[in-house]
Design a protein around this ligand. Structure first.
Ligand code: C2E
Ligand code: CA
Ligand code: CA
Length: 623
């Protein structure tokens, strides 16, 4: 580009145009600070362009005299993590071939978001090669002579384009990170969830999958499916007498023994601590029964020795067999085998019992008949009580929450765990009364705290059935209004599985309760591993990482990786994390280093009847 086309001169620019003081709108906020490179071999031209830019308020400019220098500058801004380049004004007469240069910039995934404006001197020539220029990545072409009135709008629009591209890039990166994280955690959890760490056998979850598949196939092929539920008779004794290590060894030995009986038509899994299941496909009921007997006999012969002590091991086996063409679910099949095993144990252990319809009824009815009057009595005669377990903020070490945990007194005034009576209460429809009782008592407990503890809030567990109760919301509203306790002092805990089961209903209810100021925590997080996509849409404030990931954290690398991923995911989603089952100082230190926000567990404090050390406020009075 010669001097000729550049009609305006530096003096003209300064004399003719007073500085542009137009107010910046929101959209143009920050544009004036963006970094512009003027790549032009002619110093006079460069100075002129710079003056034009300064006049319009663009002060962050840099002059570059040749193509080599431009590439080196782009490289430096990348390597030295300097301020990024936001716009390049490139002269069509730059020493290097501008097409090659622009292509190079455009093809680099790190530079291609930088808009390139070509300052061209010959419109006619350019007309012919316009297509080619845009193919090289040019965003805009400005012809000389440059007119101030035309120049600055083009700069604005190029910088706006850059701003938009940057935002898009940040969003794209966030999505990519999120997807990558999700893939990692899903893969890790898949493995964890599909296998039992100790024995290497399939987990319960994996068995359920195989069972579901076999059941649906059996309808089409008119085959029967059989399921064995194997329970070790003396496991608890050995575990208690010889310790956990011996208990673990026994579980591994039995797994190895059972493995020898498995062929292509059978799937074996460890389904809970001392229970195994075997799924049999393509076999007759008679063959399944005789297979079960074979296992029982083999186990009867098996002896477990530790030092000079020898234990005879026996198993009780429950066997469930479908009737040809029967359409039942995997969970129903598991329940049948479990109930049959219960009967086998009742009949004196070391035996096989084949499920028949009466087994379940007997089992459940016995359970319900036993617990229903007790639950009713507990509600009517104050035989429930709440215990409170502290949750500390790991940054301040201060107790900010307490989780309210229900207990029931039995006839001997011993405390009974909710794990025993809550499932029955859910089955017989008494859970709503329990949920209501807990909410009322918890709010009552808060009311009795002194003023200076008004930052303390309570975590209340809601059963998976809670949101089926149409009156729940109003009752919570009334209880809060009556007690004048602010909603923000209550965090409701719901399990991930329950939340996902009634996804829409739960979501709506959460939104309404949050409008009252209440918070939400997703309990037992990590167990229902495939919930990441739901989680993004779920308006919860806290994720409570399930205790099973925390208890062995110090020694278990898989758990460490999982917990770290869960923390990363929570952070991405803007949610706080809580670790439960913090049972030692080592665990506490570790979770703190992972950036977990809150901790709960026996090391910090066991569930107790006193709340905030105020002994007069006891919600577990002796009956
Ligand atoms: P969750 O909500 O996961 O509660 C945590 C359980 O872990 C509690 O058992 C608690 O005592 C126990 N725990 C706390 N710290 C540690 C620790 O460091 N190590 C170990 N091993 N355990 C720890 P809890 O009180 O027996 O409650 C069992 C489950 O019963 C609860 O699990 C919750 O799902 C349910 N539950 C408890 N209270 C209520 C209630 O008021 N309403 C409803 N619907 N369910 C409740
Ligand atoms: Ca809980
Ligand atoms: Ca939990």
């Amino acid at each position: 580009m010669g001097d000729q086309p550049l009609k305006a001169t530096l003096t003209q620019v300064h004399q003719n145009d007073s500085p542009d003081h137009t107010q910046e709108s929101h959209q143009t906020d920050g544009l004036h600070a963006m970094r512009i490179i003027i790549a032009n071999e002619n110093t006079n031209h460069t100075l002129f362009i710079e003056a034009l830019l300064h006049r319009s308020g663009f002060r962050n400019t840099q002059m570059i005299a040749n193509g080599k220098e431009l590439i080196s500058e782009l490289n430096q801004s990348l390597q030295l993590q300097q301020e990024e380049i936001d716009l390049v004004l490139i002269s069509s007469t730059l020493d290097t071939n501008w097409q090659t240069l622009c292509k190079r910039i455009n093809q680099s995934h790190v530079w291609r978001d930088i808009p390139l404006i070509l300052i061209a001197s010959d419109p006619e020539w350019f007309e012919a090669s316009a297509k080619q220029a845009f193919n090289c990545g040019i965003t805009d072409v400005i012809y000389t002579p440059l007119r101030p009135a035309h120049f600055s709008p083009r700069i604005y629009s190029a910088l706006l384009l850059k701003k938009e591209r940057t935002i898009r890039m940040i969003n794209r990166q966030a999505i990519e990170t999120e997807l990558a994280e999700r893939k990692v955690i899903d893969a890790r959890l898949q493995h964890l969830v599909n296998h039992d760490d100790l024995t290497g056998l399939y987990s319960r979850r994996r068995l359920v999958k195989a069972l579901s598949k076999a059941l649906s196939l059996s309808i089409k092929t008119d085959q029967t499916v059989s399921l064995l539920h194997i329970d070790i008779d003396q496991f608890k004794v050995i575990n208690d007498l010889e310790g956990h290590q011996a208990g673990d060894q026994l579980l591994v030995n039995i797994a190895n023994l059972l493995r020898d009986f498995i062929d292509n038509d059978k799937t074996i899994a460890r389904t809970s601590s001392d229970e195994y299941s075997i799924l049999i496909k393509n076999d007759t009921p008679e063959a399944a029964l005789s297979f079960s007997e074979k296992i029982r006999r083999a186990m009867k012969k098996f002896v477990f020795s530790i030092d000079d002590r020898v234990y005879n091991i026996g198993v009780s086996i429950g066997l469930a067999i479908t009737i040809k063409g029967e359409n039942i679910s995997a969970s129903e099949m598991l329940a049948r085998a479990d109930q049959a095993c219960f009967v086998a144990k009742k009949h004196g252990r070391n035996m096989v019992h084949q499920y028949d319809n009466q087994d379940r009824e007997i089992h459940q009815l016995r359970d319900e008949a036993f617990w229903a009057p007790k639950i009713k009595d507990a509600l009517n005669n104050s035989r429930f009580c709440l215990m409170f377990q502290p949750i500390i903020n790991l940054k301040t070490s201060q107790i900010e929450h307490y989780e309210a945990l229900i207990r029931m007194y039995d006839d001997n005034n011993e405390l009974i765990s909710p794990d025993v009576f809550i499932p029955v209460a859910e089955r017989i429809g008494m859970i709503h009364d329990i949920d209501n009782w807990v909410i009322k008592q918890a709010i009552n407990a808060l009311k009795q705290l002194p003023e200076n503890k008004s930052y303390v809030s309570l975590n209340i567990n809601l059963s998976s059935h809670a949101f089926h109760d149409p009156g729940l919301l109003q009752r919570i509203k009334d209880a809060l209004a009556e007690s004048q306790i602010e909603g923000k002092r209550i965090t409701f805990e719901i399990t991930e599985t329950a939340a996902i089961e009634n996804y829409e209903q739960t979501r709506e209810m959460i939104i309404k309760l949050r409008e009252l100021g209440c918070s939400f925590a997703l309990d037992d997080f990590g167990v229902g591993f495939n919930s990441f996509s739901y989680l993004k849409k779920f308006p919860v404030d806290y994720l409570k990482i399930d205790g099973s990931f925390i208890t062995n954290l110090v020694n278990d690398e898989v758990d460490q990786a999982l917990v770290k991923s869960m923390v990363e995911i929570s952070k991405t989603l803007g949610k706080k994390t809580v670790a439960e089952f913090v049972e030692s100082e080592e665990i506490l230190k570790m979770i703190k280093s992972y950036g977990i926000d809150y901790a709960q567990g026996y090391y910090i404090g066991k569930p107790g009847s006193e709340f905030e050390g105020i002994e007069s406020v006891s919600f577990c009075p002796s009956p």
